[in-house]
Design a protein around this ligand. Sequence first.
Ligand code: PMP
Length: 396
Amino acid sequence: MSKILNEFLSSNLQELKDNGLYNEINMVRGANGPVIDIDGKELINLSSNNYLGLATDEKLKQAAKDTIDSHGVGAGAVRTINGTLDVHVELEETLAEFKGTEAAVAFQSGFNCNMAAIQAVMNKEDAILSDELNHASIIDGCRLSRAKIIRVNHSDMDDLRKKAKEATESGQYKKVMYITDGVFSMDGDVAKLPEIVEIAKEFDLITYVDDAHGSGVMGKGAGTVKHFGLEKEVDIQMGTLSKAIGVVGGYIAGTKELADYLKVAARPFLFSTSLTPGDTKAINEAVKMLMASTELHDRLWENGDYLKKGLKELGFNIGNSETPITPCIIGDEKTTQAFSKRLMEEGVYAKSIVFPTVPRGTGRVRNMPTAAHTKEMLDEALEIYEKVGKELNVIS
Ligand code: PMP
């Protein structure tokens, strides 16, 4: 074993622990539903991205089982060799219909989508304007592209206009992109897409929206871009299949030419084995369900509004959330972690989120109510929040 590696690992781990930045990983026994079992204790689960409760849906499970019987458990190859199965083609057609675009390309994860598409479209002669609160996979995708990365203050349209003007008028870059989350996962706020599209038109920016947390949640389920009716304006829409859709994977939706190009230029498409057939069929089933009915979406929003109102009335700082994602912003990292730990001891699983996931000093416990929660569960969670909040002087 390398001595240098051992020293590196132990000093880094110790530093994280000393600064309250070391996140313990909890193992969930069984399914990730509205109530989860951790260490034999049942907890109300407010930390899952399974927004619509589809991860355990019977129809989806059956679709996966049937497809495992007919297609096996693995796709067998990357998409460009012979890993493009009938179920993948079917899913991509369904996704394009769902998003209101000409085409869609499925990837193995949402993270992979951002690795794939940003690098395929942008390169070192280009610049990317990127919202400062964008997800880590966007940041990594931008870095991989080797384009100049220009951070834009969070949802600050004046800053975007100023930096778009500077970048385009400098004549230094061949293409300029603006990339943003559709729904910001740590705060639950929504990107100002109508203004973004106007600025993009003015400066001929390529627009890229990562709608990992908006799909299934915004636009009656179809996402943030559709919520604003901008399907024909936003160039590249990215979404995950692991959150509201309940399975795993991601997709890029846009024009047919964009899809054709990604299929020859996006490295995870070319060099990583495609989604498993069972998952793919379950995803297809989920997307079709969302297109057929808004029932789960409506229940999600009802539960989100209920929890949000309750936490606000108790005196918690829930920030500027415009979606069911509801942070309780605590600030100090150590208090945030202690808060989350006490919630867990009392029966609520709401994970602490600290630096580097969010900026230093803005530690929070993030709540993700889902369509699968009952009012009784939410009431119980609120009672526990009140107790722990008073105990740790987070509320008075
Ligand atoms: N983008 C955003 C905004 C996300 O929140 C996430 C998931 N945390 C991803 C991309 C990656 O998606 P996935 O988990 O499906 O890989």
